[in-house]
Design a protein around this ligand. Structure first.
Ligand code: NAD
Length: 493
């Protein structure tokens, strides 16, 4: 066994994590990991061989009988300790998340705090996952128990290097499964650090394994006969590929995709609070959140609010309170959306293109961008941009605004800003989104409520976190049991 990384450069050549230890990859194919903050080279990440995936699956399979039969009240003890370790290492973990992802220190701290909340939920699973038992006729009882699936895979995106892995790790493992996780090739460092904390928390070897790689690794996971279920979080294009491939191979699959979230701003909205929420929603994590609002629909006269949004946006400074976007390709893609909208007649009120942070010239920053007079059919209004950009489309009625929201193929989140409870209810009832906010720019439900969108933002049944995740990570064992309730005990007759 070798340590997670060699000491030759900042992080050196990364290893897979198999059966409780880091193991060097024999792969001849590697990708490089750069920090978006300054472009510095962080690590070399070999793409695991199929033999290495086989070894991880074998380790997970070997660990499964014992781990799955460990009572859940014992299994969650590992997660009480893991939660404590996340708290202890919060600063260090946040620094790593920020370094590999580019988000600000404050955002990275919030991400680790969310990991703690997710783990806290998992420690409560013994209180939530009880089965059912009923005497269905004299002396006959039917029971239904949630039992673990076996070896499960978790495939995760770049935008939350620690939080999205922790959407799946504590719940899937506390519920008795063993896991292979494939981190994003753009941010593979944080998950490796989490593996060490899980080990320190007492997780038995083989229960948690990391296989590094890219799309070829994902395909191998979907095809692997030893893997029983696949969870995926990433773009809609890949979510569709993974969902189709995993289910084609008769695996259970839940695949969360991309988003285009609408904010409906009504004339009676509280101006200051609305402007702050809109600006924070579009720019937080540099707009690289599946819950980021990127399409505002201004209903009626809301110019005062738009002016305030611009003022808020101008206070958001790349390299200070705005992080970097993940890489140069992302910066170019985001800026091309802005340029295209401008060429199509939209008005750029705040322009974040061509931003360079002094002293971090190798970093990939885009400033906050507000684009007004966007037509609903423009790409900037319909496609996921994944950058700190908001488009504003002006309409006259709430029904017109809802028609725009409903027309989107996505359905992660939608929010309405209003002081009127009736208007808010109208939007809650009609928005075609899994998560709806009222005067909330980023309507992420907190535990124990579950996280998950609708339409092309999620494929599969149930949600990935909260109580709903119990259904995904377990299956029901039904037993029918008959005893003679009248039988006396007389061993001597
Ligand atoms: P991505 O789809 O490019 O990558 C996600 C994972 O899929 C990575 O591990 C990657 O290695 C793998 N992958 C990439 N291309 C593949 C292919 N062709 N075949 C098989 N596997 C492939 O996503 P990303 O750029 O890392 O993350 C950003 C996206 O994730 C955005 O669309 C965002 O909205 C979405 N996201 C959604 C949620 C949600 O809850 N719905 C949460 C976070 C992020």
């Amino acid at each position: 066994m070798e340590p997670a990384v060699s000491t030759e450069s900042k992080y050196g050549r990364l290893n897979n994590y198999i059966n409780g230890g880091f193991a060097a990859s024999s792969s001849g194919r590697s990708l490089l990991v750069f920090s978006p903050i300054d472009g510095s080279l962080l690590a070399e990440m070999p793409c695991a061989t199929t033999g290495e995936l086989d070894a991880a699956v074998a380790a997970a399979k070997a660990a499964f009988p014992r781990w799955s039969r460990t009572p859940i009240k014992e299994r969650v003890q590992v997660f009480f300790r893991y939660k404590y370790l996340l708290e202890q290492h919060l600063g260090e973990l946040a620094a790593l998340v920020s370094e590999e992802n580019g988000k600000t220190r404050g955002e990275a701290v919030a991400e680790i705090e969310k990991c703690i909340e997710l783990t806290e939920f998992a420690t409560a699973l013994p209180n939530l996952m009880g089965g059912e038992v009923l005497e269905v006729s004299k002396g006959v009882e039917c029971r239904a128990e949630h039992v673990p699936l076996g070896v499960v895979a978790s495939i995760v995106p770049f935008n939350f290097p620690a939080m999205v892995p922790n959407w799946t790790i504590p719940n899937a493992l506390a519920l008795g499964n063993c896991m292979i996780i494939k981190p994003s090739e753009k941010v593979p460092l944080s998950v490796a650090r989490l593996a060490l904390l899980l080990k320190e928390a007492g997780l038995p070897d083989g229960v948690f394994n990391i296989i590094n790689g890219d799309s070829a690794t994902v395909e191998a996971i979907c095809d692997h006969p030893g893997i029983d279920a696949v969870s995926f979080v990433g773009s809609t294009k890949v979510a569709k590929l993974v969902y189709r491939r995993a289910t084609q191979n008769l695996k259970r699959c839940l695949a969360l995709g991309g988003a285009k979230n609408h904010l409906l701003v009504l004339p009676d909205a509280q101006p200051e609070m609305t402007a702050q929420n809109v600006a924070a929603s579009m720019s937080g994590c540099a707009g690289q959140r599946c819950m980021a609002a990127s399409a505002m629909v201004a209903v009626g006269p809301v110019d005062d609010i738009i002016n305030r949004i611009c003022a808020e946006a101008r206070r958001i400074i790349p390299g200070e309170n705005l992080g970097a976007v993940i890489d140069r390709a992302a910066k170019e893609r985001i800026e091309s959306y802005i340029t295209e909208a401008e060429q199509q007649g939209a008005k750029i009120l705040v322009d974040g293109r061509n931003y360079v942070v002094a002293g971090k010239e190798g970093g990939t920053y885009v400033g906050p961008t507000v684009i007004d007079y966007v037509r609903p059919d423009m790409a900037v209004a319909t496609e996921e941009i994944f950058g700190p950009v908001i488009s504003i489309t002006r309409v006259k009625t709430l029904d017109e605004a809802l028609a725009i929201e409903n027309a989107s193929p996505y359905g992660n989140a939608a929010s309405v800003f209003t002081q009127n409870g009736g208007y808010a209810r109208y939007v809650i009832d009609r928005a075609s989104a899994g998560m709806v906010g009222v005067n909330v720019g980023v309507p992420v439900p907190r535990e124990p409520f579950s996280f998950g969108g609708w339409n092309e933002s999620k494929f599969g049944v149930g949600d990935i976190t909260g109580k709903s995740s119990i259904e995904f990570w377990t299956r029901l064992k039904k037993s029918t049991v008959k005893w003679n309730p009248e039988a006396g005990i007389n061993w001597m007759s």
